[in-house]
Design a protein around this ligand. Structure first.
Ligand SMILES: [Fe+2]
Ligand SMILES: [Fe+2]
Length: 339
């Protein structure tokens, strides 16, 4: 059998990897393609997400094609993953099969640094999928295949960009396990707002659980509630014109709730109507949906704010409706005074 190998850290797996796997099947005559997550990549210095998560995300993708398989050889071997060690093991275990090792341009650029590269090219066929058209020279026998551009990388996804390049089931896993998502927020707000967002997320979760509600949903609402807070005014205005021009009469600091609810849907693919509505109403406290009340209260009573909110928090945990009414009244009194 001819087996294609797509190796990588898969942190996380995305459609670029999947397209590479399909190329192995369709253009290299492979009968199967194996995703081979690395334990620790020698030429990268970033520490990777735990392998159990990276593996679980690949497993979500296997359902897309029966010829997709997972090979845990590198993950199970401790220490750095060298391709030469893996290929030697594979050849020993599967002496009658041929292996086609798929690489990208970025890997080809470093190919002469791979361990024992001269032996390596004897053990498998190497195929470079040329994604960006930049022809990298190499003295090694590497076959080239051109593939339509898939302009995405795992590092962009870890920052919350191009999430449409992540299969739906993988994205659901990312949210459910809270992988990368704090960075989605950190990339878009300042340090103080980021700390506030995480603190509100934790408080939302506590309040939800204490009231018998979904802690995870509340956590996500809290984490993303101020996602639009730092958008430049002109950009905010464009969003407002597109989504709710009728609310433009509110002062611009109020707008980030409306805009944020659209951003979580369109950019972060959090399409749960309760998540959207809670963020939409969080500034003015204009909804009595339990999650909307929770984020309104958690935002106002965030322990990072400089007043003692212990009593308010305790009441919200006991009874969110009562806590919401109290905090809303206090907030209105405060706003009248400020005016
Ligand atoms: Fe806010
Ligand atoms: Fe806030």
């Amino acid at each position: 059998m001819k087996i294609g190998i797509v190796g990588g850290s898969f942190d996380p797996i995305h459609y670029g990897h999947i397209q590479m796997a399909k190329t192995a099947l369709e253009q290299c005559d492979c009968q199967e393609v194996w995703f081979m997550p690395t334990q620790d990549t020698p030429l990268k210095d970033r520490s990777l997400t735990e392998s159990r998560h990276r593996v679980a995300m690949i497993e979500k993708v296997l359902a897309m094609d029966t010829r997709f398989k997972l090979c845990l050889k590198e993950v199970q071997r401790q220490g750095k993953s060298y391709t030469i060690d893996t290929l030697r093991e594979l050849k020993q275990e599967y002496p009658d099969d041929a292996f086609v090792w798929m690489i990208g341009n970025d890997q080809l650029a470093q190919f002469d640094q791979w361990k024992e590269v001269d032996q390596l090219v004897q053990l498998a066929d190497f195929v470079c999928v040329d994604r960006d058209g930049a022809l990298i020279q190499t003295k090694y026998p590497v076959q080239r295949i051109h593939m339509p551009m898939m302009p995405v990388s795992s590092s962009e996804i870890r920052k919350g960009n191009k999430l449409n390049y992540v299969p739906e089931a993988v994205l659901a896993y990312i949210y459910a396990n809270r992988l990368y998502i704090k960075d989605f927020v950190k990339e878009r707000v300042d340090e103080k707002r980021y700390r506030h967002s995480v603190s509100v997320a934790n408080l939302c979760e506590e309040m939800a659980l204490a009231n018998g509600l979904d802690g995870q949903k509340a956590y996500l609402i809290g984490l993303f509630h101020d996602i639009a807070k730092r958008l430049p005014l002109e950009e905010m205005e464009k969003w407002m014109d597109a989504i709710c021009p009728e609310h433009k009469h509110y002062a611009p600091p109020v707008w980030h709730g409306f805009v944020g609810s659209e951003i979580v849907d369109r950019i972060f693919y959090l399409q749960d109507p309760e998540i959207k509505a809670a963020i939409y109403h969080h500034v003015l406290g204009t909804s009595e949906n339990p999650y909307a009340m929770i984020v309104f209260c958690a935002d106002k009573t965030d322990p990072l704010r400089d007043y003692d909110s212990t009593k308010e928090i305790a009441l919200c945990k006991k009874d969110i409706k009562a806590g919401f009414q109290w905090i809303k009244e206090e907030n209105e009194k405060y706003l009248r005074k400020e005016k």
